[in-house]
Write a protein that binds this ligand. Structure first.
Ligand code: 5CA
Length: 159
């Protein structure tokens, strides 16, 4: 087994502190996109959890959308849930708030707590795979466990 990179170890430790034991898989190939990730781990693209950071235009607060690899977020739905206009977070804000760079942002274990919304379609899969801190590492998690780990609100957020 390949050694984990610093960001993956940091992620694993952070979720460990939350009381969750997850096993990070360091992949040989890139898992930067949902399609690549699904290919690398051998699951369907729908089972991939994309972790997309948004930012409130008024509050500047971060909002995290966890979305199935086959779906896109409808910002209007997110806006209804958070009560303000939102924009995609820029890469610097993503790194600052989550502690991870785009392409490897995990769904939990961030620098600070982030209000989180979970695409309801993810609950249609027993096992999900999400980024583990780098663009070449993933971990498996049950859908109910993802809800517990992130404290996210399950909602219709896809377009
Ligand atoms: N490791 C994969 C599969 S889990 C992964 O992290 N996919 S992801 O979808 O969660 O993260 C990539 C997403 O980051 C892209 O879909 C896109 O929404 C966003 N993104 C990419 N480039 C930028 C950018 N320059 N600014 C803001 N967001 C970006």
């Amino acid at each position: 087994m390949q050694e984990l990179k610093e960001s993956s170890r940091r992620f694993q430790e952070a979720v460990g502190k939350l009381g969750f034991r997850i096993q990070v898989k360091q992949m040989e190939k890139s898992t930067r996109t949902a399609i690549q990730a699904a290919e690398a781990v051998g699951c369907s693209t729908g089972q991939i959890v994309k972790s997309l950071l948004f930012q409130g235009k008024r509050s500047r607060n971060p909002y995290l959308a966890l979305v199935s690899g086959v779906n896109r977020v409808d910002p209007k739905r997110l806006e209804e849930l958070v009560g303000e206009p939102v924009a995609m977070a820029d890469p610097e804000f993503v790194r600052q708030v989550t502690g991870f760079a785009i392409g490897g942002v995990p769904p939990a274990g961030h620098n600070r707590e982030i209000a989180t919304f979970i695409d309801r379609d993810l609950l249609g899969h027993r096992v999900l795979w999400a980024a583990a801190g780098t663009p070449s590492s993933m971990f498996a998690i049950g859908s109910e466990e993802l809800v517990a780990l992130t404290g996210g609100r399950v909602a219709v957020i896809k377009s």
